[in-house]
Design a binder for this molecule. Structure first.
Ligand SMILES: NC(=O)c1ccc[n+]([C@@H]2O[C@H](COP(=O)([O-])OP(=O)(O)OC[C@H]3O[C@@H](n4cnc5c(N)ncnc54)[C@H](OP(=O)(O)O)[C@@H]3O)[C@@H](O)[C@H]2O)c1
Length: 313
C-alpha cells in the first residue's frame, strides 16, 4: 500500500481520473490547465507526466500519479476512462475515491455506462459521458488528439456540473435532454468498425455491393434497436456510417476494435456490437448481421472478454 495522497488547496475541485490512456490522459491534461482544478491520475501502468498533441498545440501536465488504491482518498469527481471491459477492475479505486458527495463520470463508448457501474456507485451519482474525441496513445503519458473534442452528458444537476468542469478547456461539453439519442447515434457509427476489425483492412479499397449491404445492415440493426430503446436515430446516421466506411483510404485503421485486434488486445466488441444483439433480443428485433460478425470475431481466436455479454446486472 502506498502513502495516502493529499490534494493541495482546499478550494480546488479535486478530480481523479482512473485510466489515463488516450481518452483519460487527454481529458486529465486539459483539466489540469485550469488552476482551480487539482487532478490526480490512477494508473495501472505508471506515467511521469502527460504530454498531449492537440489541434490547439501541445499541452502538458504533471498530475499526481496514484499507483495503488491505498494512496487514494475521497475526491469531488472521479472520471473513469478505462475500456468498457475493465469496469469491474476499477472497483478498488472507486471504493477509496468515493465519499458521500463524490460523483463518478463514465467516459466510455457504448450505451451501457450505467449498467456496467451501477453495482459499484449509486446511480444518482453516476454520470454517463459520450465523447467524440479521436485520440491515440503513442507511449505511456504521450497522446495525440487528432480532432476537436466534444462531450455530451444528460441534462440535470450532475450533467451541468460536469460540463462546468470543462469551462477552461478546448473540449466542448454540453448537457442534453435527449442524451440517449447521442449515445445511439455514436454507437451506429462505431458499430460498423467490426467489419475492418474482422478483415483487418480498410473497407474502402475492397468496396462492393455485398460489403455495402453488410455494413448498412450492421448500422441499420443498431438504429432499429436504438429506436426501440427510445432514441432518435435518423436514417441519415446509418448512411453516414456507410459512407465513412466506403471512403476509408487504403491502409487506414478504422476504430479502436480494429486497433485492438491488430495489437492483440481485448476488444470492446460486446459494448459495441454484442449489446445490439442482446438488446435486440429483448425487443424482439432480429440482428443477424451483428450476431454473425460478433460470432466470427469471437471465433477468430482474438482476445475476447468471455462472459461479458452474460454479466448483465
Ligand atoms: N481513443 C479514442 O479515440 C476514443 C474516442 C472515443 C471514445 N473512446 C472510448 O473511451 C474509452 C477509453 O478508451 P481509450 O482509447 O482511452 O483506451 P486506452 O488508451 O486503452 O486507455 C485505457 C486506460 O485504462 C487503464 N486501465 C485499465 N484498467 C485499469 C485499472 N484497473 N486501473 C487503472 N487504470 C486502468 C489502462 O492502463 P494501461 O496504461 O496499463 O493500459 C489505460 O491507461 C473506451 O470505452 C473507448 O471506446 C475512445
Amino acid at each position: 500500500m502506498g502513502r495516502p495522497f493529499v490534494f493541495g488547496g482546499i478550494d480546488l475541485t479535486r478530480i481523479a481520473v482512473i485510466g489515463p490512456g488516450a481518452i483519460g490522459g487527454t481529458v486529465a491534461a486539459w483539466l489540469s490547465q485550469d488552476p482551480d482544478i487539482s487532478v490526480a491520475v490512477c494508473v495501472r501502468t505508471p506515467i511521469t507526466d502527460l504530454v498531449v498533441e492537440t489541434p490547439q498545440g501541445t499541452i502538458s501536465a504533471k498530475p499526481a500519479v496514484l499507483t495503488d488504491p491505498g494512496m487514494a482518498g475521497p475526491v469531488d469527481w472521479v472520471l473513469v476512462a478505462t475500456k468498457t471491459y475493465s469496469a469491474d477492475a476499477t472497483a478498488p479505486w472507486l471504493e477509496r475515491l468515493c465519499g458521500p458527495q463524490t460523483r463518478v463520470a463514465i467516459i466510455q463508448n457504448g450505451v451501457e455506462h450505467v449498467r456496467l457501474f451501477s453495482h459499484l456507485v449509486p446511480e444518482n451519482r453516476l454520470v454517463p459521458v459520450m465523447i467524440n474525441l479521436p485520440a491515440a496513445r503513442t507511449a505511456p503519458g504521450r497522446i495525440v488528439q487528432s480532432r476537436h473534442g466534444i462531450i455530451a452528458v444528460p441534462a440535470g444537476r450532475n450533467g451541468e456540473d460536469f460540463v462546468a468542469l470543462f469551462a477552461k478547456t478546448e473540449i466542448e461539453a454540453a448537457a442534453h435532454e435527449d442524451f440517449l439519442s447521442q449515445l445511439w447515434v455514436k454507437l451506429c457509427g462505431n458499430s460498423v468498425a467490426i467489419v475492418p476489425a474482422l478483415t483487418l483492412r480498410a473497407a474502402g479499397p475492397v468496396w462492393n455491393a455485398d460489403l455495402e449491404a453488410i455494413i448498412r445492415g450492421v448500422a441499420a440493426e443498431c438504429a432499429a434497436v436504438g429506436r426501440a430503446e427510445g432514441a432518435i436515430v435518423p436514417d441519415s446516421v446509418v448512411e453516414g456510417a456507410v459512407s465513412n466506411m466506403r471512403n476509408m483510404p487504403e491502409g487506414s485503421v478504422s476504430g479502436s476494435i480494429h486497433v485492438d485486434r491488430l495489437a492483440g488486445n481485448p476488444m470492446e466488441v460486446d459494448a459495441r456490437n454484442g449489446v445490439i444483439v442482446r438488446l435486440g433480443e429483448a425487443h424482439g428485433i432480429a440482428t443477424p448481421m451483428n450476431r454473425m460478425l460478433v460470432t466470427l470475431l469471437k471465433a477468430s481466436g482474438s482476445p475476447w472478454i468471455e462472459g461479458q455479454a452474460t454479466e448483465a446486472r
